[in-house]
Design a protein around this ligand. Structure first.
Ligand code: TYD
Length: 198
């Protein structure tokens, strides 16, 4: 049964806006849903988020901190919630580390897979909000304060997007690709279809 759902996409794809709506839709159908995010989701994870989003560091340190926050998140929040019968929706999860640290920064894909094995939890379903990088950049330009990732150049995001596409190809049964270049209403209709299928 689908219970652990993650939302992914490049910065500016609009996933966070749709996540809140999606969670409310599931709740209105009587499901017990918690919403969380990465990096973060726990007190330690939120501290690590502050570091990793703002402080320059080596690629290896960046990847390990993302996974450190993730392991804490799984042990303290996600797994207990799933075991107690709740649904969990996370704004980003392991796919983001493959896309950003792997494809974006060039960290070895196989090393990331080892860290992923350590986490030992896969989403039941991942919604990937796919959008051309020009559109995502345009949406981000309305945003006043940009973090260390959001300040990256267009080529970085092209690599991140390609990294997500690689994950979709590697995990076709888990991913649903959303065309996020469309209007908010059109994206909602795509999400409604997914909810109906659940
Ligand atoms: P994001 O969801 O964009 O937060 P916000 O909407 O508040 O800006 O996530 C923050 C950043 O963290 C985003 O640029 C992607 C990055 N990130 C990684 O590089 N690796 C990871 O494993 C995760 C979870 C996030």
């Amino acid at each position: 049964m689908t219970k652990f759902i993650t939302f992914e996409g490049v910065d500016g794809a609009g996933k966070s806006t749709h996540l809140a709506w999606f969670a409310d839709e599931l709740r209105s159908r009587g499901l017990d849903v918690i919403v969380t995010r990465e990096p973060g989701g726990t007190p330690l994870g939120e501290q690590l988020r502050g570091m990793v989003l703002n402080q320059p560091m080596s690629i290896g340190a960046e990847a390990m901190l993302m996974f450190a926050a993730r392991i804490e998140h799984v042990e303290e929040v996600i797994r207990p919630a799933l075991l107690s019968g709740k649904w969990v929706i996370s704004d980003r999860f392991s796919d983001a580390s493959f896309a950003y640290q792997g494809a974006g920064r060039g960290m070895d894909w196989e090393k990331l897979k080892q860290l992923e094995e350590w986490v030992d939890l896969q989403p039941d379903m991942t919604l990937f909000f796919d959008v051309p990088i020009e559109v995502a950049r345009q949406r981000l330009s309305n945003n006043a304060s940009l973090d260390r990732f959001e300040q990256e150049q267009g080529e970085f995001f092209e690599r991140v997007r390609a990294g997500y596409h690689r994950r979709v190809i590697e995990n076709p049964q888990r991913f649903r690709v959303i065309d996020a270049a469309q209007s908010l209403d059109a994206v909602k209709r795509q999400l409604e279809d997914i909810i109906k299928a659940l």
